[in-house]
Design a protein around this ligand. Structure first.
Ligand code: GLP
Length: 286
């Protein structure tokens, strides 16, 4: 838990930087990352660009797969997810264009496009880290309520709530928002070796509560991360509004213990501890 959207973004960007640098990617063994659009990741992308400009991170051997794309919106439309990704991240960093994968919502055969995408992810040996945001109805990518938690990349009809939420990008006119999208499935996201979800703002508060306080449920598709062996939700104060006070205290306390025992700087080290544990009675042997 972090104070606001900026501190959430800083945390996630640092985390991703650590993961990529630890992985030591090469052209033969690239770091494969799944990326979202939406307003939530914008600050993360801004920080990643800064880290790249500071020479702390390179995307030369990174391969990206975006989560989703609207159907029928021209690729160069300012609100297409292609445009979004190039504008906010891709054109500012050293990722080779051929390493960028974004679903094409303008092909004749949408089903084949989805199958091609899944096959390409497999070709790279799967996704190392999938970053995601969520909609106010708890959807991840465009996996609207009721999506199978085993779903794969496919065409999806957007929920009215999502069309309404996304109308702000189309001058507030819901008739201009595409009604169909191509999206990776919940199963595609959950197959990544690690999943990191950004949840910020009071409008995501109910979804966060459903995601972490209640059971796994296809009506709140992001709740599937409860079954993922390596998943992380990073939220801000506003997003915690609907959580029980007990839940907030619980997560704050385990984070505090983690900080005290291991150190916040070691969070990205895949469970390794850099220095000796600060706990007196914990055996230090392996
Ligand atoms: C769209 C995207 C999702 C994103 C969601 C939330 O529906 N398909 O991937 O998580 O918007 O966007 P925002 O971060 O703007 O609330």
């Amino acid at each position: 838990m972090r104070l606001d959207a900026q501190t959430v973004a800083d945390y996630i960007a640092e985390y991703i930087k650590e993961r990529i640098n630890q992985f030591k990617p090469t052209a033969e063994r690239p770091f494969v990352i799944g990326l979202p659009t939406g307003s939530s990741p914008i600050l993360v992308y801004k920080r990643l660009v800064e880290l790249y400009n500071d020479g702390k991170l390179s995307f030369k051997n990174v391969v990206s797969f975006n989560m989703d794309e609207y159907v029928g919106l021209p690729r160069d439309h300012p609100e297409s997810y292609h445009s979004f990704m190039w504008h906010h991240l891709l054109k500012h960093i050293d990722i080779p264009p051929e390493n960028v994968n974004i679903l094409d919502g303008n092909v004749d055969d949408l089903q084949s496009e989805c199958e091609r995408y899944e096959a390409k992810i497999q070709l790279y040996g799967g996704i190392e880290l999938f970053m995601g945001g969520i909609g106010p109805d708890g959807h991840i990518a465009f996996n609207e309520p009721g999506s199978s938690l085993q779903s794969r990349t496919r065409v999806k009809t957007l929920a009215y709530e999502t069309i309404l939420a996304n109308a702000r990008f189309f001058g507030g006119d819901i008739t201009k928002v595409p009604k169909l999208a191509l999206t990776v499935g919940v199963g595609t996201v959950m197959n990544a070796r690690e999943v990191v979800v950004i949840i910020t703002g009071a409008n995501k508060a109910i979804a966060l509560a459903k995601c972490i306080e209640e059971g796994v449920n296809h009506m709140w598709t992001v709740s599937a991360i409860q079954t993922h062996p390596r998943s992380l939700v990073v939220c801000d104060d506003d997003a915690t509004l609907e959580l029980h006070v007990k839940t907030v205290r619980y997560f704050k306390s385990i984070e505090q213990v983690q900080d005290e025992m291991i150190g916040r700087e070691n969070l990205g080290l895949y469970g390794q501890v850099a220095g000796p544990l600060k706990y007196k009675n914990v055996p230090s042997g392996n």
